[in-house]
Design a protein around this ligand. Structure first.
Ligand code: SER
Length: 890
């Protein structure tokens, strides 16, 4: 079977068992704790935890997964063996409180053995049996189900049914979350198939886990406890590349003489044939005996596997909008790309070769994941740009390493290795490779110390005014926010719940508040609270981790306030200005996606009363035409004056075109902000009622903040008006000064600049003539002694360079000469001497003359016998020194 036949037959099988076939979720996980989607179950976590209702009780799909960085990290193994991947597809079937172990187990067996023809005697199954301290109990139910299957097949339970502890048979996606016992199906791939289960979970490539059936029964809490779930679910994951590899390596189970390999399947062969054309070698399938000592053939085969694996990862991640960058998941992606480029160098690939592998990936995966085809231009551009930048990094890094190793013979210090890494992006493992080639060691301990220092610096820089007040019994009650409704923004009656002193600041908490607390990029509200006779300013509002709104007040200490009546009023003018910038941000986001592409995703945002900042993923500098279009589209939308609506809906019912920010955790109910039906985002912020209120948006800057991440800054409303007005006034002043209309300013400036350069040219010509006349004058002033012409003078020229030229001119006009000049240039004395060959023959040396003169001027100088220059701090003594010099000659 080909890989696509296998995938399709899996989906068809479960469709026949009444499963809804759903698309793969994106590789950008919903969960903030994950770097990438790493298992089919990720998108179903809220369904398992009963936070969101499942759309179908049974579903099946193929899920794109990346396991690199984080809890499940296979990156460093990839290439060295034939079954680890950074990117893979997981075929899965799920039950949400519907069928359970019996069906999951019998269907898995049916698909493997009856539909696909896996040899039964080569299959081994494990069930959960907790060791000491492990959670839950022996999985009797799964064990019974498997016993029935094996008995019906006439197979020996004692051989085919094995037990495993928490490590192998209790599945957890991360440290917390839905989890439960699992049953794994392993395949014996030895030539004779006679391992009798002895290789299961023994890290042997001849015994591979192919399917994991997880029975979700618990929710792991942060304190290490496992809370039983009321409903029970099924989550299975079948390794697609493994199944395709086994079928290909064994010619559909007919020949077990060759070692099994995932890379035998057509998924990788297509990439290998492109690679072979580029490097002129053929993939041989060898696996290293010793990872640290690779033969030439092993090295090449590892490189083939690394490149083929990594290009799939890069294509799929970028297709889902995750671009290589400097932090978190983006950095992991960058490392994967760099690892591929480095291995590519071992195949002597030309620069830019890695990005050429995008085509075979599109050929194999494009039909399955349509986003790859939609984003293909972005994928190619990003990979090529990143690859070229890294190629340059390698070349520059090697030059710097050359310098370091030339100076230090012993080894490469931690500081140097860190400098290479931090400033030049040269990875430590590459420094180690180069060091090894030169028989040198790298001080990795020193490197790690430097790295830790830098992390600390970053942590310190990030430290904010974190307030935590929820250590009371039962936790503090969260504040009710009433600031979306316009009639609650002024004179809202409430009472003081609590006064909190933290980090030298005083905060008041009320049970309800119209003040927006800083969140999602929008700054906190300011305003005032009136209590009895006192009127206190509220300087800012922030949220604590218990959901309480902390109103920062200007007074340091306030006593006995708790329980007092309070009336709250926000600074409305400021709030309106903030709202304008917030709605402007949404429209700008819409325009960015319209002009630059759908891959543009928010990467950070700040919404204040006088500016907005929006960070987004994009791989290149938008040109001025694009920026112009973005701004024009934004303002056009503003003029349409569409209504801005917001409402709350269950997550599952959010509009289809709604932009949700990945990495955010959304509960069952979400708030949708809809501007004119074209911009629909999940957002908790405050907004204008209709876009016309924004007035005007002006982009003020666009820049890069990290590779693949851009920043746009803009102003709206009154600030935008102020900026435009200021610029207009400036234009008017300039046009008045230049006596022209504003529209003529550009032409006027161009003509002024032209005039200036013509004048400069004229000036240079006049100066040249002056200098020529000066040379004649000085030459004729020469006095002769013993057949040598002597000239010594203080000259008035532009700079020491012109003085040197003048000296050469003068000496050329004279036979047998000594020419000595001095000049005062910006308060510093400069002297030079020129001795012709005849003068040198007569014993005169320019170096000696300059040394002597510079000494008198409070400085130093010297040089050769024919020419020397020097200088001093006391130009006032120049004339006298030169006079004395001439007098001494005479
Ligand atoms: N969650 C399990 C795994 O990833 C089964 O899907 O292996």
């Amino acid at each position: 079977m080909t890989s696509s036949e296998i995938r399709q037959s899996f989906l068809d099988f479960f469709k026949a068992k009444e499963h809804a076939i759903v698309p793969s979720s994106t590789l950008l996980p919903d969960s903030p704790n994950l770097l990438f989607t790493n298992a089919g179950m990720n998108q179903f976590v809220p369904n398992f935890l009963d936070e969101r209702e499942a759309l179908h009780p049974r579903v099946a799909n193929t899920q794109k997964c990346i396991r690199a960085g984080g809890k499940h990290n296979d990156l460093e193994d990839v290439g060295f063996d034939t079954y680890h991947h950074t990117f893979f597809e997981m075929l899965g079937n799920w039950s949400f409180d519907d069928y359970f172990k019996k069906e999951a187990i019998s269907w898995a067996w049916e698909l493997l053995t009856e539909v696909w023809g896996f040899p039964k005697e080569r299959l081994y199954v494990t069930v959960y049996n907790p060791g000491e301290g492990d959670p839950a109990e022996f999985d009797q139910e799964a064990s019974d189900c498997w016993s029935e299957v094996f008995k019906a097949e006439g197979m020996d339970l004692k051989i085919h049914l094995l037990h495993g502890g928490k490590n192998d048979n209790f599945w957890m996606m991360g440290e917390t979350g839905p989890c439960g016992p699992c049953s794994e199906i392993h395949m014996d791939l030895t030539e004779k198939g006679d391992s009798q289960g002895s290789l299961v979970n023994g890290d042997s490539p001849l015994s591979i886990e192919i399917w994991n059936l997880v029975f979700i029964q618990f929710n792991a809490a942060e304190d290490g406890s496992y809370l039983p779930l009321t409903a029970r679910h099924v989550d299975t994951g079948l390794g697609f590349e493994r199944v395709a590899g086994i079928m290909a390596s064994t010619s559909n189970f007919t020949d077990f003489s060759r070692p099994p390999s995932n890379y035998e399947s057509d998924l990788f062969k297509t990439i290998f044939s492109s690679l072979a054309k580029m490097c002129g070698h053929i993939y041989g399938g060898s696996v290293p005996v010793n990872r640290h000592d690779l033969s030439v053939e092993e090295m090449r085969d590892c490189a083939f596997r690394v490149l083929a694996d990594h290009i799939r990862t890069l294509c799929c991640a970028i297709g889902d909008g995750i671009l290589p960058g400097n932090e978190g998941r983006n950095y992991v992606l960058r490392r994967i790309l760099r690892r591929a480029v480095l291995w590519g160098r071992r195949l002597d690939l030309d620069p830019g070769s890695f990005s050429q592998l995008v085509s075979p990936v599109l050929d194999t995966l494009g039909p399955v994941f349509p986003e790859l085809r939609e984003q293909q231009e972005v994928i190619r551009k990003v990979i090529l740009a990143e690859e070229s930048a890294f190629d340059r990094t390698i070349d520059r890094g090697i030059q710097i390493l050359d310098k370091i190793t030339a100076k230090k013979k012993g080894g490469i210090g931690g500081e140097d290795a860190f400098l290479l890494y931090d400033t030049y992006g040269f990875p430590l493992d590459l420094t180690q490779v180069v060091a090894r080639e030169r028989n040198m060691e790298v001080d990795t301990e020193g490197f790690n110390k430097e790295m830790e220092k830098q992390r600390k610096r970053a942590r310190d820089a990030r430290k904010k005014d974190v307030v935590s007040v929820s250590d009371k019994e039962g936790g503090a009650a969260s504040t009710q926010f009433v600031g979306y409704e316009s009639n609650s923004l002024k004179d809202l009656e409430t009472e003081v719940q609590e006064v909190i002193q933290s980090n030298d600041r005083t905060y008041i908490v009320f049970p309800k508040s119209p003040f927006y607390a800083e969140m999602g990029g929008q700054v906190g509200d300011t305003g005032e609270v009136v209590m009895e006779d006192s009127r206190i300013q509220i300087l800012d509002t922030i949220l604590d981790n218990a959901g309480q709104y902390l109103h920062h007040i200007e007074v340091d200490t306030v006593e006995n306030l708790a329980g007092k009546k309070a009336s709250l009023t926000i600074n409305m003018e400021r709030r309106l200005a903030i709202q304008r910038h917030h709605s402007a941000t949404h429209i700008l986001h819409w325009a960015l996606r319209k002009v630059l592409g759908e891959h543009v995703k928010q990467a950070g945002s700040l919404v204040a009363e006088n500016r907005l900042r929006f960070d987004f993923s994009h791989f290149e500098h938008p040109d001025s035409e694009q920026l112009h279009e973005i701004e024009a589209l934004t303002n056009k939308r503003i003029l349409e004056n569409a209504d801005v609506n917001w409402y709350e809906v269950p997550f599952n019912e959010k509009p289809e075109n709604c932009i949700a920010f990945f990495g955010e955790k959304y509960g069952n109910v979400v708030r949708v902000v809809d501007i004119g039906g074209y911009s629909v985002e999940l957002c908790g912020g405050t907004h204008v009622g209709a876009t016309g209120e924004i007035g005007l948006v002006k982009i003020v800057s666009e820049s890069s903040i990290a590779a693949g991440t851009r920043r746009i800054e803009a102003v709206a409303g009154q600030t935008a008006y102020g900026l435009m007005e200021g610029n207009y006034d400036l234009l008017m002043t300039l046009s008045q000064k230049l006596s022209c209309k504003p529209q003529e300013l550009e032409a006027r400036f161009a003509s002024l600049l032209k005039q200036r350069s013509a004048l400069e040219k004229e000036l240079r010509g006049a100066r040249k003539k002056d200098v020529a006349a000066l040379a004649d004058e000085l030459a004729s002033s020469a006095s002769e002694k013993s057949g040598i012409h002597w000239v010594a003078a203080k000259v008035d020229v532009a700079d020491p360079n012109e003085m040197r030229k003048l000296a050469v001119d003068v000496s050329q006009k004279l036979t047998a000469s000594v020419v000595v000049f001095g000049g005062d240039f910006e308060g510093k004395a400069s002297v030079l001497a020129l001795c012709s060959p005849e003068a040198i023959k007569a014993g005169h040396k320019a170096g000696d003359i300059v040394r002597e003169l510079a000494g008198q001027l409070g400085g130093k100088g010297g040089g050769k016998a024919d020419f020397a220059m020097g200088g001093g701090k006391e130009p006032g003594k120049l004339e006298k020194a030169l006079e004395d010099f001439l007098a001494a000659v005479k």
